[in-house]
Ligand binder design. Sequence first.
Ligand code: COA
Length: 336
Amino acid sequence: MYNSKIIGIGKYVPDNVVTNQDLSKIMDTSDEWITERTGIKERRWVVEGSDDTTATMGVKAAKQAIERSGLNKDDIDFIIFATLSPDMYFPGPGVQVQHALDIKTVGALDVRNQCSGFIYALSVADNFIKTGMYKNILVIGSELHSHGLDKTTRGRGVSVIFGDGAGAVVVSREEDNSKGILSTHLHSQGEHAEELVVKAPGMGTRWVTDIIADNDENDDSYFPHMNGQFVFKNAVVRFSEVIMEGLIKNNLQKENIDMLIPHQANLRIAQFIQKKFGLTDDKVFNNIMRYGNTTAASIPLALCEAWEEGKINEGDTVVLAAFGSGFTWGSAIIKW
Ligand code: COA
């Protein structure tokens, strides 16, 4: 059995910055409300007419990750793409990346686990590498939320939170079992599937012909719905549990954590976890203030910035943790 190691990391965000003040001009909200409840000050939203899509943003992040890995694109032998906002209903964006990067005919897998998507994708990559099936896997998390948000006062409880962006890593075979991804931990609880959900188009439950015939402009099932307080309460419990699970599995104590990268759902959630684990400010990385919640992109985007800022160094114990729609949650314990 091998281990797997992140050897390259990249990111991409669209240029267009949307501040809380900007939002207060299009819906009944305020900088004060958003900052106090979520910590978010601004997010990136793709502008009308831009070439940015979930797939193209993922490609840009992937190119940077491959370049930084020192590998050639043709060394990549598998692609995993996590998103809840694919360009097309099917096929998923994994194949678009294969085509855009012109990487032979390697397999491309799409992961649909929302805010936990990147952890799930990383876990799949880790295990494919551990068994020896693949050597270099490209893992991407990318989201274009802004096209699918209700930007009126009706949708303000959700739309102020989400932003667009992408992150990517190259995960590679590591022969030293004390280095790289030490373990990953995945969970779900489907009884809460509708607490954070986009129901439409939901072809499994509705005829497409009916959807088209209804043509109902008040049908808000295409927009995300979230029971915010319920999600918050579950998130703080599950984040803590799944981080502990990872520490216990590797005989580590909370004092051994050098860097915690929590999924950027809400700054208050991250601060709660930080306090619970007694971590100093330099041991937790947050960038939700600048990007909002970018779902499957949030962890690779934060990991990339923390690494670029020199906050992650060789030998560090890095903990990634996520919670989101499903509910799904997970963690990864990494010896960098
Ligand atoms: N601006 C101003 N007021 C807003 C608003 C906005 N953007 N969104 C909601 N409100 C109002 C509500 O209408 C409500 O008004 P009312 O009391 O008159 O009915 C009031 O603010 C409180 O709403 P509530 O939903 O109870 O707020 P909250 O304190 O729970 O904060 C969240 C809302 C979404 C910020 C918070 O619940 C949260 O962060 N939850 C977790 C979200 C999360 O992590 N999601 C991603 C998981 S991956």
